[in-house]
Design a protein around this ligand. Structure first.
Ligand code: OAD
Length: 346
């Protein structure tokens, strides 16, 4: 079976071999491929119910328009968060992975690990669904951090999990418990303007050891993860499973571009590998195992959260316009009084 979604003419890796999904699968089956390095992004979790960032209209950044942010990414920029953390907390509940289940794409990674083929996963996602699907933690780098812990952005003091959950559930900003500090608490996700985990530089070298790179559900717009696929050695196959072509995919003769959903892509891949039944069974059990977090049950939708904070910000703007008008009229009255006073000649 060949991949229906290959978008470029079949390329030749060696003089006599076409590189496509089928040939990659047969190299896995005959043991030529044993180290698969994976890079994932938000598109792998959209089927779990978390919108990605940059898809037009459905992505988070377009949907934040009612908030009139200076630019959409500001919501995740440390310098913006340091003075205006409200928008982040307004949407935090709708982005929190509390009640999300892993997708079949996450489970495909767990199956690669079970088969001793998974060399490493770099994920830009903070939802932890790779781990929920069964990928061993020592095989994952959460390049953009995760929700598991939190600290004051200013003094770095820790903050209790139960209070954090409450803040997220209620959409309220949690503040540092040290009264003299007053900084907002931030989950340990990596914001723009912050450094990636130190481990990243070390783990990056694993890409050079890959004999297959699989990239799923990312626009490859954010460095440094965006540079990982380019580090793969020439001659090594790279598979992209994504709604759109991205990065330099398609430039190498060993590239296989499967444009479409991640879930369809991994099912096709599993079919080629003869793993389909095993994959579906593993996915069912991963979904059953992950319980719901009561703290996040019955929360508002993303658009409801955005509408709520937009109206609060509107109110605040009205108040500050009100203050501005009051000040202006106060100052102009004062000025009028000063101007009306006769000028003293002495
Ligand atoms: P993006 O939203 O930039 O890209 C998601 C990609 O996945 C797009 O190319 C979509 O077309 C594709 N996509 C969406 N749903 C899909 C599906 N079901 N199947 C296949 N493809 C799908 O998200 P990332 O590349 O992950 O960082 O974004 C990288 C970083 O930018 C994020 O970690 C976040 C963001 O700002 C921070 O917040 C620091």
């Amino acid at each position: 079976m060949t991949s229906k979604t290959d978008t470029k003419p079949q390329a030749m890796a060696h003089a006599d071999e076409v590189v496509n999904l089928e040939t990659v699968a047969s190299r896995i089956k005959n043991g030529q491929i044993t180290r698969v390095v994976v890079l994932t992004g938000a598109g792998i979790s959209t089927a779990a119910g978390i919108p990605d960032f940059r898809s037009p209209s459905t992505g988070l950044y377009d949907r934040l328009a009612p908030l009139n942010l200076p630019y959409p990414e500001a919501i995740f920029h440390i310098s913006y968060f340091s003075h205006t953390p409200e928008p982040f907390y307004a949407i935090a509940q709708a982005r929190h992975p509390g009640n999300l289940k892993p997708t079949i794409s996450h489970t495909f990674l767990a199956l690669l690990a079970e088969k001793n083929l998974l060399h490493f996963v770099f994920t830009q996602n903070i939802d932890g669904l790779e781990q929920d699907a069964g990928v061993p933690v020592d095989k994952i780098l959460w390049a953009h951090g995760n929700w598991k812990s939190q600290h004051c952005w200013k003094c770095k003091a820790g903050y209790p999990d139960d209070l954090m959950k409450k803040a997220i559930r209620e959409g309220e900003v949690p503040y540092c418990l040290k009264p003299e500090c007053g900084g907002a608490v931030k989950p340990d996700v990596v914001f723009f303007g912050q450094s990636l985990p130190l481990e990243f530089d070390e783990r990056e070298k694993l890409v050079l050891e890959a004999d297959l790179m699989l990239v799923m559900g990312t626009s490859l717009k954010v460095a440094p993860c965006s540079r990982l696929p380019r580090l793969v050695k020439e001659g090594t196959p790279r598979i992209l499973i994504n709604m759109e072509r991205c990065g330099d995919f398609g430039n190498r003769i060993e590239d296989v571009c499967m444009l479409g959903s991640c879930d369809d892509g991994v099912r096709k891949f599993a079919d080629e590998l003869g793993w389909r039944e095993e994959l579906e069974a593993l996915w069912q059990s991963a979904v059953e195992v992950k319980g719901d977090d009561q703290a996040f049950e019955g929360g508002s939708s993303l658009d409801e959260c955005i509408a709520k904070v937009a109206s609060q910000m509107d109110e605040r703007m009205k108040i500050s316009y009100g203050h501005k008008r009051m000040l202006e009229s106060h100052l102009s009255n004062k000025l009028a009084q000063i101007m009306a006073k006769p000028v003293s000649q002495d």
